[in-house]
Design a protein around this ligand. Structure first.
Ligand SMILES: Nc1ncnc2c1ncn2[C@@H]1O[C@H](COP(=O)(O)OP(=O)(O)OP(=O)(O)O)[C@@H](O)[C@H]1O
Length: 629
């Protein structure tokens, strides 16, 4: 049997470098990672054995073998194991999406925040190189005959060869570096240290973790006592089955880390239990920051499904609506079959019911945060608000509850406001909730559409997330108040006496007609009470899509027919009255169409829009200015 020497994939090599040069102060966690992998491997074998008669899953357990003399620590499981090819792809490469990107950011950030960034994808097996000179992995896949031996010193390469007489499962032997307590490198063959680490990080693991002493004292002559049973280090209690008051926050946090691979503490813990015709328990976590792949379609989802304490599957999308995809946790259902497949899950009525209940509970938890812990709520909304708002489009039933926990930037203050607070501040006689969408707060706040609203003291919501453009179309009202864009349709803010009178409208009629004919870009020209200082602005018709939405569709490669907008004029602005008089006096003057073009162009620029022909606009403006200096 020949030994092959292979190279780690480039990204794996970079990650290993970081491990060898240890960017973490806490090296103890390598043992947690090995135990976590072993536990996953046992879950997988147990699951596979349910449907494959050839496989047996008995006496599943994890052994931790400490050998003080050889200075090795071995973690062994009798789980699913790996075939040779799997060892190469699973251990020699990092397949997770976004890894390259994270490594690049980590480099740019140097040491700062590295631990935090790396935590986003978990270091797993490679963390052993924080404490090891060399790591040996011996494995045999359940159901196969030959085993595989893998070894590496954590530099560019590893060796791999066939191995005979290997038990099913995986055994990882860490050849420990000399202890160096100043560098937080402890003696990991020390029984007390091992016990401490297991208790702290892995107590909830549902398989026994046994401590095995390798270099036992030679037995005295004639001593025929059987060796003492190995000690079980963990309590194996499912955290979600224990009353909240019995579980320490640290235990929840460790469990959260085990299932989420996030290194920060969860923001909020939610425990649920339903009894009756369909029983289930759930333990959910709201993370304290968004994962890097929150907006990637194939990003990992967070709910694990158990049936009566037995792990069934990760990533159960059926159990949580997509807009709450960042919620992590476990659902343990008592009445499902252990063989349940994803296909069945999708159609199961009980699962749909659980999903509705979980979503409700998450939303009510966020609502509680709003009133009880404003700071936590603000963190939550900053990290996940954009995802939550997607639910306004997809989940009709949750719309009201989502609006209740949402907050939005507003002209009223630098801090975001809830809709309920907005409504409580509405002026007498105001019966609509005003908003404007756009690309940034500054752009929206300074757009001409805002003038009269600001002058008259009406509060306007400033919606600048891309998803805002879309959900506002789907949400007709909140608390009986219609949501109204200030850049769309007709807005009438003026008290009756300020309204452009019939007489005034009559005065402007010829100008409006002429402008409508001259400016191809617009579909209508009319007077408005929306403006106080600007001469003109552009608004969308009530049923037309907005310019930002048009841009978004185009960016997604979709064909959208050009949408013409409405030019609104401020009848009190000297440019507008001047143009009216000029048109009345000398309708044939060739300078007039140019003035019309300039008027339209400035309206477009003022709202942050893009001119179709900026060079022509600049030339017209320069010529005009030249005549005034
Ligand atoms: N003891 C084991 N038995 C079987 N397969 C294993 C074992 N340890 C690791 N593996 C396989 O190698 C893969 C990579 O392990 P690694 O610890 O690097 O990452 P991970 O566990 O997938 O992710 P993370 O540790 O970030 O949560 C695992 O997903 C698993 O498929």
């Amino acid at each position: 049997m020949s030994t092959e020497t292979l190279e780690f994939q480039a990204e794996a090599r970079q990650l290993l470098q970081l491990m060898v040069h240890s960017i973490y102060s806490n090296k103890d966690i390598f043992l947690r990672e090995l135990i976590s992998n072993a536990s996953d491997a046992l879950d997988k074998l147990r699951l596979a054995a349910l449907t494959d008669d050839e496989l047996t899953a008995e006496d599943l357990h994890i052994e931790v073998v400490a050998d003080a003399e050889a200075r090795t620590l071995t973690v062994r499981d009798n789980g699913i194991g790996m075939a040779r090819d799997e060892v190469v792809t699973l251990i020699g490469t990092i397949a997770k999406s976004g890894t390259a990107d994270l490594l690049r950011r980590m480099k740019e950030n140097k040491d700062k925040d590295s631990a935090e960034l790396i935590g986003q994808f978990g270091v797993g097996f490679y963390s052993t190189f924080m404490v090891a000179d060399r790591v040996t992995l011996v494995t045999r896949k359940a159901g196969e005959q030959t085993g595989t031996r893998w070894e590496s010193a954590g530099e560019g390469t590893y060796t791999i060869e066939e191995a005979a007489d290997v038990a099913t499962g995986t055994s990882v032997t860490v050849h420990l570096r000399p202890k160096d307590e100043e560098d937080a490198l402890y003696d990991y063959t020390d029984e007390w240290k091992i016990k401490e680490i297991v208790k702290r990080y892995s107590d909830f693991i549902s398989f026994p973790i046994l401590l095995v002493k390798a270099a036992a004292e030679p037995k005295a002559e004639g001593d025929d006592e059987s060796p003492a049973a190995p000690e079980t280090l963990n309590s194996m209690k499912a955290l979600w089955a224990r009353p909240r008051s019995d579980v320490k926050d640290e235990e929840y946090a460790e469990f959260y880390r085990h299932i989420s691979h996030d290194w920060t503490d969860p923001l909020e813990i939610i425990q649920m239990r339903a009894e009756g015709t369909f029983e289930y328990e759930a333990l959910l976590f709201i993370p304290s920051r968004a994962p890097h792949d929150l907006f990637q379609r194939d990003g990992a989802r967070g709910i694990q499904l158990y049936v009566k304490r037995v792990f069934i599957m990760d990533d159960s999308r059926e159990l949580m609506p997509d807009y709450l995809r960042f919620v992590k946790g476990v659902v343990d259902a008592a009445d499902l079959s252990l063989n349940i497949s994803r296909e069945i899950l999708q159609q199961d009525r009980h699962i749909q019911m659980i999903r509705r209940r979980l979503a409700k509970k998450v939303l009510s938890t966020i609502k509680d945060l709003m009133t009880k812990d404003a700071e936590k709520y603000a963190t939550f909304w900053r990290e996940f608000g954009r995802a939550v708002k997607e639910g306004l489009l997809s989940e009709q039933d949750d719309q009201k509850a989502i609006l209740d926990v949402s907050s939005f930037a507003s002209t009223a203050s630098a801090d975001p406001t809830t809709l309920a607070d907005y409504v409580s501040r509405m002026k007498d006689g105001q019966d609509e909730i005003y908003y404007m969408t756009g690309e940034s707060r500054a752009q929206v706040e300074n757009s001409p559409h805002m003038e009269a609203f600001q002058a008259k003291g009406y509060e306007v919501l400033l919606l600048t997330d891309p998803v805002d453009e879309i959900w506002v179309e789907a949400v007709p009202e909140y608390d009986g108040k219609k949501l109204q864009s200030i850049a769309r349709g007709n807005v009438d803010l003026s008290a009756d006496e300020d309204k452009p009178s019939q007489e005034k409208t009559g005065e402007f009629a010829p100008l409006l007609t002429w402008l409508g004919e001259t400016l191809d870009e617009v579909k209508e020209v009319r007077l408005t009470s929306r403006l106080t200082t600007s001469p003109a602005c552009l608004v969308s018709d009530a049923n037309d899509i907005t310019p930002t939405l048009e841009k978004m569709y185009k960016a997604m490669g979709q064909d959208v027919p050009p949408v013409k907008r409405i030019l609104e004029l401020n009848p009190d602005h000297p440019l507008v009255t001047g143009l009216r008089d000029a048109y009345a006096g000398r309708a044939e003057d060739p300078a007039l169409p140019e003035t019309a073009e300039l008027l339209y162009g400035t309206a477009l620029l003022a709202e942050g829009g893009d001119l179709a022909d900026p060079a022509r606009f600049a030339k017209l403006l320069a010529d005009r200015l030249a005549r005034t200096v």
